[in-house]
Design a protein around this ligand. Structure first.
Ligand SMILES: Cc1ncc(C[n+]2csc(CCOP(=O)(O)OP(=O)(O)O)c2C)c(N)n1
Ligand SMILES: [Mg+2]
Length: 347
């Protein structure tokens, strides 16, 4: 693989769009899973307005190609970890939308039994290791998960997502150093959506091409147009091949955008409406839809049928969440320690 500097020259810092044709199932997965995430998040935003969902809530709208593209390039045994903008990934992986919605409602039937909320979705059944609220905290955890896979001699890898706000944390650099030294099977992904809360990448550092941060560790790194699900698929496929061949980590800068505010109350004074509109012109769902229709992969009717199916999945998930009970107070003392004889446990 070319060094980071050579790569920067070749690409002129611009992510390269993908051109290959894929099997029908892959296009249909991309459309359906991205549309599921979009509609789920739109509904979550409405429910927040009605105060049915409270506390923190960070929507993934605009970034769906990151989760769906990566998911289609990996196996079901690979492990996933991310920050708090975490509703999209489990949905892309096939978590039950009812359990994710119930978690947003803080209900007992939620994926974290109502004890995690929006920022702490976990689902072991799809190898989703959360949902982490401490910016950058999941990066060493992701490296640790990859270490376990290597130690146990599996062929699995860990894909570890983070936001652009995380790359200035010490944990990022410490984890990169060890992951590279030990050639861990990990794919680090920075979802560069341009902002950490209201602070743009350019206001944080003079290094705005975030993928070049891999250079300090000789880690193969590249920028990816993450508004294009095909480009995401291809970059993650290449990174996964390296990890499974024992060649160690890859660092990908997914260039993406969030259409909504950072969290639910954000006046968005740090950006212009025109900027948001510009990104919407390159919407990942609209792009894949146009591609499907252009290539004759599916008809407009087939896509409408998917939209209708998603609508009923979302309606059902809201009904399920509304009708579910809140956890009982005793639940607060459960699931704290895995080790049954841990000294601080009194029972
Ligand atoms: C260690 C730490 N510092 C500060 C915060 C407060 N905080 C919450 S979100 C956030 C911005 C992170 O932005 P980014 O990593 O770009 O993710 P995005 O919200 O864009 O997905 C900050 C600073 C935190 N949660 N953890
Ligand atoms: Mg960000």
């Amino acid at each position: 693989m070319a060094s980071v500097k050579e790569k920067a020259k070749q690409t002129n810092n611009k992510p390269v769009a993908a051109k290959t044709q894929h099997p029908k199932e892959r296009y249909m997965y991309w459309y359906e899973s991205m549309q599921l995430q979009r509609k789920f998040e739109e509904k979550a935003g409405q429910l927040y307005g009605q105060q049915k969902i409270r506390g923190f809530c960070h929507l993934y709208i605009g970034q769906e190609a990151a989760s769906s593209g990566a998911c289609s390039a990996l196996t079901k045994d690979d492990k996933w970890i991310t920050a708090y903008r975490d509703h999209g990934i489990p949905l892309a992986l096939g978590s039950d939308p009812k359990a994710v919605m119930a978690e947003l409602f803080a209900k007992q039937t939620g994926s974290s039994k109502g004890k995690g909320g929006s920022m702490h979705i976990f689902d072991k059944s799809v190898n989703f290791m959360g949902g982490h609220g401490i910016v950058g905290g999941q990066i060493p955890l992701g490296a640790g998960i990859a270490f376990a896979e290597k130690y146990n001699k599996t062929q699995n890898l860990c894909i570890c997502f983070m936001g652009d706000g995380a790359v200035r944390q010490g944990a990022f650099h410490e984890a990169f150093n060890m992951a590279m030294l030990w050639k861990l099977p990990v794919i680090f992904v920075v979802e560069n959506n341009g902002y950490a809360m209201g602070t743009s990448v350019a206001r944080t550092s003079n290094v705005t091409d975030l993928y070049t941060l891999g250079e300090a560790y000789d880690m193969p790194s590249e920028p990816v147009d993450a508004m294009d699900v095909e480009a995401v698929y291809e970059a993650v496929t290449r990174a996964a091949e390296r990890a499974r061949a024992g060649e160690g980590p890859t660092y990908l800068e997914f260039r993406t955008y969030r259409y909504r505010g950072h969290s639910m109350s954000d006046p968005q004074k740090y950006r212009t409406k025109e900027e948001v509109e510009q990104y919407k012109q390159r919407d990942p769902i609209e792009q894949v839809k146009a591609h499907i229709l252009e290539l004759g992969i599916a008809s407009e009717d087939e896509l409408t049928a998917i939209d209708q199916k998603i609508k009923s999945i979302i309606d059902e998930s809201v009904k399920f969440a509304e009708e579910s009970p809140y956890p009982s107070p005793e639940e607060a003392f459960k699931d704290v320690y895995v080790q049954k004889d841990y000294p601080y446990l009194t029972e």
